[in-house]
Design a protein around this ligand. Structure first.
Ligand code: ZN
Length: 405
């Protein structure tokens, strides 16, 4: 991993200078070494159709704010078309922008942390204030937002975005491997992340639910399989129990495994069951105080068989209510992209993500162990176990019969 912080960040429009944390902030990794000039284009939401209408070579592209995954895709596509810098309109008022700066202050001061050999070396996105947007386009943000992509002529700017030298550090995923019997070359991966968001000021974010609950589930499931194996009834396929680091920073542990060092070949990886937050009552169930459910995400995205097998395992054993609300592609939370299973799914490996939904203690120092609903956690861990049992023991490898897009 590498860590870098911001050294100097500003935008100049003519003689006017806009400074870091006041009129712009930057998130990601920048490779710039000195100030450079840019023509500016407006690209709307940065959809493929919008980007196709623009010539972006060497330009700065201004986008309106969209969901993180949508924005990530738009930025990557724009860079591929030659865009030199990506800007996002942040807020419609001075106050809204200030609030966003304060909300992100912790990360902005810390700078970038990420894999030392990322596939996309430059990832920085600049978030700009309404005042800076107005200086560039001569229009208020609401009017900019109404304009079609390519219809606005922006003033040229000078951009400075330098970072300090890289500091290298390392982190570890923790892998436990249980070898299968007659189908041992095929591997099922069961994951949870063991990192959390650390301290803010003097307060410790404990992360009991996120993701202590998933981490202990992985350990319990590993123990159960190990006992089965010791009794001569081990699974036919191999199982990799993996707790990963760096999830909260950007799914880095699972990305490292999938992109750089898959210890077991991805083409032999039959499925990933990922457990992230299963120890609390969350989402729609807080109001009715109902523990007997779990949100399942992704089970039907790549393999009908995995979905059916998962439902049958639940029906025949723990009988939880399986809630697919967040599996809807139009759900604005887009949880499918937000935990470690995604790094397997993007390689066409079928996944199931087990999740209890968020709650008021989510990413707060108050996510503590005495609030964990252990009977609920145990039931979900059992469901993952029975699902894993079926995936690892059935005659055929579960079939991939759907495309992810
Ligand atoms: Zn989590």
């Amino acid at each position: 991993m590498v860590s870098r912080s911001w050294k100097e960040v500003y935008v100049k429009v003519g003689k006017q200078k806009f400074i870091f944390m006041e009129d712009l902030y930057a998130i990601g990794n920048s490779n710039a070494s000195s100030e450079f000039s840019l023509g500016i284009e407006y690209g709307g939401a940065g959809t493929p159709a919008e980007l196709a209408s623009l010539s972006l070579k060497g330009k700065g592209l201004v986008l309106r704010e969209t969901e993180p995954e949508e924005l990530r895709k738009a930025a990557a596509a724009a860079r591929e078309q030659g865009a030199r810098a990506i800007f996002v309109l942040k807020g419609e008022t001075k106050e809204a922008f200030k609030e966003a700066v304060e909300y992100n202050a912790y990360y902005l001061k810390r700078g970038y942390r990420g894999l030392s050999n990322p596939r996309r070396p430059e990832t920085v996105v600049f978030y700009i204030s309404p005042a800076l947007a107005k200086t560039i386009f001569g229009k208020e943000v609401p009017d900019i937002l109404k304009a079609p992509a390519g219809s606005l002529k922006g003033k040229s700017i000078a951009l400075q975005a330098t970072m300090t030298e890289k500091i290298e550090f390392s982190s570890e995923n923790v892998l436990g491997f249980l070898e299968g019997t007659d189908k041992k070359d095929e591997v099922l991966v069961i994951t949870a992340h063991y990192d959390h968001i650390g301290k803010r000021g003097e307060e410790i974010n404990n992360g009991a639910d996120d993701d202590g609950s998933g981490t202990v589930s992985v350990l319990e499931i590993a123990q159960a399989f190990a006992q089965a194996k010791a009794a001569g009834k081990g699974p036919r396929r191999s199982i990799l129990f993996m707790t990963v680091a760096g999830e909260e920073l950007g799914l880095y542990g699972s990305q490292y495994y999938a992109d750089f060092d898959p210890v077991f070949p991805l083409q032999n990886t039959v499925a990933n069951l990922n457990i992230d937050m299963v120890g609390r009552i969350g989402g729609d169930y807080i109001e009715i105080n109902e523990p007997n459910y779990v949100y399942l995400i992704g089970s039907d995205k790549l393999s009908t068989e995995l979905h059916q097998l998962s439902e049958a395992a639940n029906r025949e054993t723990v009988g939880l209510k399986l809630d697919y609300k967040y599996n809807d592609e139009n759900d604005p939370n887009r949880f499918y992209y937000r935990s470690d299973h995604y790094n397997f799914a993007k390689n066409d490996i079928p996944i199931i993500f087990y999740f209890n939904g968020t709650h008021p203690d989510y990413h707060q120092p108050t996510d503590t162990v005495e609030k964990i609903h252990f009977p609920k956690l145990e039931k979900i861990a059992r469901l993952v176990f029975y699902t894993a049992w079926e995936v690892s023991n059935r005659e055929n490898r579960i079939r991939v019969d759907k495309a992810d897009k």
